[in-house]
Design a protein around this ligand. Structure first.
Ligand SMILES: C[S@@+](CC[C@H](N)C(=O)[O-])C[C@H]1O[C@@H](n2cnc3c(N)ncnc32)[C@H](O)[C@@H]1O
Length: 404
């Protein structure tokens, strides 16, 4: 088996079906969003957290397709399913497939059994999926085949997917890792969910940062509207940020006592705008209508004293049918003067999405403060030209594809 996909002489041919992974319970909203944005896709099969669509033969998708969907956690070409009580026989069957042999990455995971946070469930690779991954690995090792199992891939790697829709019913397919989340097994980043946190917002913000490319630097001033009890502030403080938490409700003592934390015990709209003067990252996590959250943030961002680099919003839907407003919410944020606006239902989100916007896309690209480049010499110019072209292509591709 080739080490990289580009070494592979013939990539797999596009299949007539695609699979989409979403949150358990978000299927109707996901189907609606995808079929609205992609009229060439028709619903084929649906289980909680797992959907397949048939692709119209008249308007096929390109092999490295990206879906315009904030609710799809991950997706790929669907090749079929196998059912058996015997995991080894399913592993043997799948391991012989030509598409499997062309991939050197395998992602294998179970569909979500519950909404994240319910019954103690958190998304990620379950013990059963790990066991099955080990079976695949052992089979590959016997055949002296290099197979990386359930690891984050490199951009554009070819990944074979096994979705355990039931323990004895596995659907399989493949995708190219053309988005950040597409590189994570099951579209879920490997976040340690055993950490003691003040709230699940810690996990959500961890994922939001990984997905968006925003890096919080030590000393960054972050303000969060809707900060109690303090999971998100906990993460920001761990990253060395100076944090302003705005919430009429009580913060956890561990947060309140942190030397880099200030609590403004008010509603967001009642806070004087000058309090946000040096804020670099503005976060909002209100249990309120998304429009209200955006209006609250807009009032702050529009103020002449305020110059935030970016915003990270958790927008909650009282009902799933309200998710049809995602593109309008993104437009409303774009109109505030942000260059890049992205929305995604994070794996750790519940009935909500994460909307991230930055004034300058280079903040995402560099992952650090935008440093104005020094004037280059002639020889610098020459040697930088080539590598810049390369990395520009790479990261533009990435940020364009991640715009939903
Ligand atoms: C989901 S919780 C926030 C969780 C928090 N981000 C964390 O990390 O633990 C929503 C919070 O929004 C607060 N809230 C609701 N309306 C608000 C407003 N207008 N201004 C500030 N906070 C508000 C509530 O008091 C509540 O604590």
């Amino acid at each position: 088996m080739a080490d990289t996909v580009s070494d592979s002489p013939t990539p797999p041919a596009p299949a007539p079906f695609i699979f989409v992974i979403c949150q358990n319970g978000a299927e109707s909203a996901t189907k609606l969003e995808i079929m609205n944005n992609h009229p060439n896709l028709n619903l084929a099969f649906s289980r909680p957290g797992f959907i397949t669509f048939k692709v119209s033969s008249e308007t096929p998708l390109p092999q490295r397709f990206t879906l315009k969907s904030a609710l799809a956690r991950t997706y790929g070409w669907s090749l079929g399913k196998c059912t058996s009580q015997d995991a080894s026989s399913m592993v043997a069957e799948i391991s012989t497939l030509a598409e499997f042999k062309k991939s050197n990455h395998l992602h294998v995971w179970q569909r979500d059994p519950f909404t994240p946070g319910k019954n103690g469930f958190e998304p990620g690779i379950s013990a059963l999926a790990n066991e099955v991954g080990n079976l695949f690995k052992a089979t590959a090792d016997e055949a002296s085949t290099k197979l990386v199992v359930n690891k984050e891939s490199k951009p554009d790697d070819l990944i074979f997917d096994v979705v355990m829709v039931e323990p004895n019913e596995w659907w399989y397919g493949y995708h190219f890792a053309s988005t950040v989340a597409g590189r994570w097994p099951g579209g879920t980043p490997a976040i340690d969910t055993t950490v003691e946190t003040y709230s699940r917002a810690y996990l959500k913000l961890s994922e939001a940062l990984l997905w968006s490319g925003i890096t919080i630097q030590p000393g960054d001033i972050c303000a969060e509207i809707g900060s109690a009890p303090g999971g998100a502030c906990q993460l920001l403080l761990e990253k060395g940020a100076n944090v302003i938490g705005i919430d009429p409700a009580e913060m956890e003592t561990g947060i309140l006592e942190h030397k880099n934390f200030v609590h403004i015990r008010k509603r967001g709209s009642d806070v004087k705008r000058k309090e946000f003067r040096n804020t670099k990252w503005l976060l909002s996590d209100l249990n309120a209508d998304p429009k209200f959250s955006i209006e609250t943030v807009a009032d702050i961002v529009n103020h002449p004293l305020v110059d935030v680099k970016g915003i990270i919003l958790t927008l909650k839907f009282s009902e799933w049918k309200n998710a049809t407003s995602i593109s309008d919410l993104m437009k409303a944020v774009k109109a505030l003067g942000f260059q890049v606006v992205k929305a995604r239902q994070l794996a750790f989100n519940r009935r909500e999405i994460c909307l991230v916007a930055v004034k300058d896309k280079f903040v995402l690209r560099l992952g650090k403060k935008h440093v104005k480049p020094k004037k280059p010499t002639q020889s610098d110019k020459q040697s930088d030209k080539q590598s810049d072209k390369q990395s520009d292509k790479q990261s533009d591709k990435q940020s364009d594809k991640q715009s939903t």
